[in-house]
Write a protein that binds this ligand. Sequence first.
Ligand code: ADP
Ligand code: ADP
Length: 588
Amino acid sequence: MTEKLTQGELITPFGGTLVQLLVAGEQRKVLLEEANTLPSIQISSRALCDMELLAVGGFSPLDRFMGKADYERVLHEMRLSDGTLFALPITLTVDEAQIKQVGDRIVLRDARNNLMAIMQLEEVFAWDPETEARLALGSTDPRHPLVSEMIRWGKVCISGALTVLNLPLYYDFVELRRTPAQVRSLLAEMGHTNVVAFQTRNPLHRIHEELTKRAAAEVGGSLLIHPVVGMTKPGDVDHYTRVRIYRTLVENYYDTHNTVLSLLPLAMRMAGPREAILHSIIRRNYGANHFIIGRDHAGPGKDSTGKPFYGPYEAQELFQQYADEIGVRPVPFKELLYLTEQGEYVEVTQVPPGAAVSSISGTQVREDYLAKGQLLPEWFTRPETAEILSKMYPPRHQQGFCLWFTGLSGAGKSTIAEIVAVLLLECGRQSTMLDGDVVRTHLSRGLGFSREDRDVNILRIGFVASEVVRHNGTVICAAISPYRATRDEVRKMVGGQDQFIEIFVDTPLEVCEERDIKGLYVRARRGEIKGFTGIDDPYEQPVDPEIVLDTTISTPAENAQKIINYLEAHGFLQPNVIHSQANGYARV
Ligand code: ADP
Ligand code: ADP
């Protein structure tokens, strides 16, 4: 089904005609019955977001998960097989075993087994995560949130015509969830030809308010505040908090006759420049013809060597090249500064010489205000925003964290972890201990040491750890966790950068082997244990762990104290609460 739309200049393939895959009425009823007789697969939450945007026309003219020809050409040339610009792969991956017995149709279900769509199975093709990462993301570094996710996707992509029977059901902010056609119609009612869209995955502060209002005034049109609520960067402020902020701001501080706040169920890829192109294509479909694009758009932060994945203006430059083809004009994100004395925001170029300016970076918001329980100042953010954020983010010393020990068997992980647990108790902090050896006797009983089993074990530990931290608890994990990508995956599960503290117990193999407290190395050398870490299975050292411990020069108690010092320095523990000396015995 397609829907012809008339708003704006419809000179591009995007939004001129919206592809919509959702069927209704009698046809839907018949298909619902049929669907129950067909084999089905469950799709990931990312694929579900993608399916929704395919269904409602957000990715128009793309009308299916990509087939091989589209996929290959998008990877290499950023174009669908018919030549239409498209920035990133949209695929549905499965494991071959899942489709072995399947005929020509397959039902797609969500994680709770709700029926979503029927796919006409037309193509099955292999794909390679490394190639996709290199071409689409420009990096294969597992610190890139999509890279560490991709290696877990299914080994083949499936594609074919989609008939969507149900859209994902939402119970939150229902009134703000609209299809492209609904957004277009709201914008049309506002009566402006020009519409400027603003993409965001962060809370809105005064600076964003200023620049969105100025952008709308500049183009003489309406403003579409279009936050992503599908999947964003791990560790971002959750969408419930963000949407409460957006809604309050729009109601209290924006011209509601000229502003539409609508939620976008996109699963972001954090692909920087290419993602900027995808974002603008999507916004074109939702009826915008201008798009605000800033510094480091859709940037995933820094790679494992500490370098940003993308240059700060790469996204703007790439977007500029394709703007005409998409039919969306870039509105450069103005660099605004707050003049402390005059009490107003001005463009960087208009700051009088010598004038005092104030600014607070994102890191300072977290570290200097929220983590310390300080309310953000009114010049920086509206009081409503400050209050919502402070309720959601208690001070750092009331937040949870995960101490993740990694290192060879016998490195000293458990020994040091147990001392840390005691020192934390001394500070009045309970912790949950997830020791690799112990976990393998309950949570992970029956798992062995194949690559798959080790990953399952670590991901189980990671899952429990993330739940503990989410409830502001303290968790100490001590497992070899030999694979870097799996540790990075757990880092994401636990909540991005701050609350996951990776501790590399850097004891050389020779030392562990000499200690051989469990007598395992000697058996591994004799070949009695196969796939032993460090002997005939790899241990991938962390690239940039928060803490590195040397057990050949420091005692377990000294190393435990280093961890406590780190926690104090980062505000997780209030200083001076601990009285133990480094040797673990003396008291003051
Ligand atoms: P893992 O949990 O890493 O497999 P364990 O903590 O179970 O390792 O074993 C480490 C062994 O090494 C313990 O028997 C511990 O007493 C011994 N050891 C000797 N020196 C140190 C040190 N400086 N730090 C930690 N452990 C040490
Ligand atoms: P992983 O991170 O690999 O799941 P765990 O810390 O959960 O590791 O468990 C590793 C422990 O299991 C080691 O300390 C060792 O006592 C024991 N072990 C048994 N077989 C192996 C093996 N093939 N490789 C590493 N450790 C093994």
